[in-house]
Design a protein around this ligand. Sequence first.
Ligand SMILES: [Zn+2]
Length: 262
Amino acid sequence: MPEGHSVHRAARRQHALLAGRPVAAGSPQGRFADGAAALDGRVLEGVEAAGKHLFYRFDRGEVLHVHLGLFGRFRYHDGPPPEPRGAVRLRLTGDEGAVDLSGPTACDLIGEDGREAIMARLGPDPLRSDADPGRAIDALARRRLPIGAALLDQSIIAGLGNVYRAEVLFVCGIDPARESRSLDRPELEGVWDESRRMLREGVRLGRIVTVSAAERGTPPSRARRGERTYVYRRSTCFRCGGPVERPVIGARPCYRCPACQT
Ligand SMILES: [Zn+2]
């Protein structure tokens, strides 16, 4: 499952590649044939990300909604695209290139009402300039579930996944099993600020590197596998060297260092 940084990168890349001009739309696989026919030749006005959702606005009010889910992916082509490979649900082609979408959980025409309904269900996305941190912090301050589970709930904060929730809580020194509402205001503000900082860094780098350059001794662009995270998918803590625990929180394995997080 991609985390929010990669969805925002996809939105920016596709906006730059395709927006402002008519696009050709097709569904080589056939499962989105009617939708693609409705979009074919329309001007793509913009591509927007919110959490893990993508919205494509077209010039007659059509809105395409895409959620990659576990298996969805994009493939990009510069210039005229080759014959589609595999089950391509949607191909959008502009003057300068094309993008293929395969395996998404959602690829639907929803209109502006549908977009607003999805936005209303999502919590604030730290990567969006219109995000209201107070909404997320108030929601976290009320919830009885573990903070590690609350951070996966897209209706509280949109865009965090299993890697970032573990790493945000590590950097904040917070045990993911603590009840969300037991965190005080400065702790909750710290969780929001750190989420935003890490997601922005993920957008900039194109991958998740949470260990600071100072602690690793190399810049993030040169971080090797095994030295990009403090606890996620590690058996020992990058910072203190102690054993990392892997409790199931929010139905998925979380990672924590009992020495560094309390
Ligand atoms: Zn540690």
